[in-house]
Design a protein around this ligand. Sequence first.
Ligand SMILES: Cc1cc2nc3c(=O)[nH]c(=O)nc-3n(C[C@H](O)[C@H](O)[C@H](O)COP(=O)(O)O)c2cc1C
Length: 433
Amino acid sequence: MSLLHFGWFLGAGFGVQGWGDDSYGVGYDWKKPQVYQDAARVFEASGLDLLVIEDGVTVPDTYGGTAEVNLASARFVPKHDPLPLVPYLLGATSKLGIVPTLSASFYEPFTAARLLSTLQHFADGRLGFNVVTSGSDLAAQNYGLDKQIEHDLRYDRADEWIDVVRKLWRSWEPDAIVEDAAGRVFADYRKVHTIDHDGRFFTVRGPLTNAPLPEEPVMVQAGASGRGQAFAGKNSDVVLALASTPERMRAHRDAVRQAAADAGRSPDAIRVLFVVQPIVTANAEESASVRAARAELTQASIDEALQSISYLSGVDFKRFDLDAPLPELSTNSNQGTLDNFVKSAPAGSTLREILQTRAQGDGLAVIGTPDEIADHLATLGEQVGGDGFLFTGHVHPANVHRTLDPLVPALRRRGILRTELGDGGLRQNLLDF
Ligand SMILES: Cc1cc2nc3c(=O)[nH]c(=O)nc-3n(C[C@H](O)[C@H](O)[C@H](O)COP(=O)(O)O)c2cc1C
């Protein structure tokens, strides 16, 4: 078996960790860095390459036109800004890649380039950034717009955004700082350049104020629509992906790799990582009972699943009959996420059947003993030609240890999880194999 890359996707962001679990709040306050620092230490010791921290800038009320379910279940909010958390995570670890989320729609490229450059200087090459285009109208309304701009146009804008960010990072030549005390020259003005960018969406003079970067941060992205995949293929180092079957995983990876080739890049420069939620059980009996309990949909579990997809897709799922197939749906928000949800059960399935299928493990969840989960991931890795996986879940130590303590040895026994991270930074670790 060959090595795969593993990481952790913190889907709750810098937000509430494990509300509803017995362990909720025990020993930690989710609003403070410690719980994330402790988790990051475990991820590093486990040989995970990176920690990706979700973010969003709305209190969602798409589901039934109210934030009631969302706030009651602490899904998506409350949450804090992930960027100030980054230095704490860097301080707690020495090799793990740290990847906060940042919106290309709401951060000016100069602001983003300056912030990320500053953090990367702290990080010694361990920083990544998850670029999102923030599809929600609710988000746009927090930044002075009536609604979010059209889906593909958002990606056109993001294409130019990343181009400007990178031009700013390169506005200082690598050897611009000479520190020549005798000559009384700190930096050589001939090696610091304006970028004079005058594009369709941005006008930026530059140069950046920051010292030049030895290594640019790793760009992570999760677009899944055709336009999103083209954007990722052209610009990304890592693609985060959701897919419910090996065939769909393979198709997604192939499409991103093709998009990279179309943009003149080597497809091997990109790592496509699929998000999975391992639910570790002790034996077949417990797996069966977990599956049965999850398939037993309660009003609370239905509401929670539907408010989540409503938020992610911008479509109000409250208005659909649970016992009828879904109508044809489209969105200006996250197209790939909606498509993946609809296709997670066979065509013609009712909404209830889609929820049942996903709850039992055909969506994100992988339910089984450590050996079963490790076998499943090893097989998927081979079928998909995959680069690896991101585990998802909250980071209270009860969940982190319940998941990783049994899984890490099982993955290592199969030779698919590295035993040690290198010192060369996130990009180097990702390119090791
Ligand atoms: C694993 C994963 C993580 C994501 N994380 C975020 C996030 O933190 N914030 C956000 O606004 N969108 C997030 N998204 C949404 C994506 O950025 C993107 O908008 C979405 O996948 C739809 O893109 P598409 O319309 O090209 O399919 C995430 C998507 C996936 C699959």
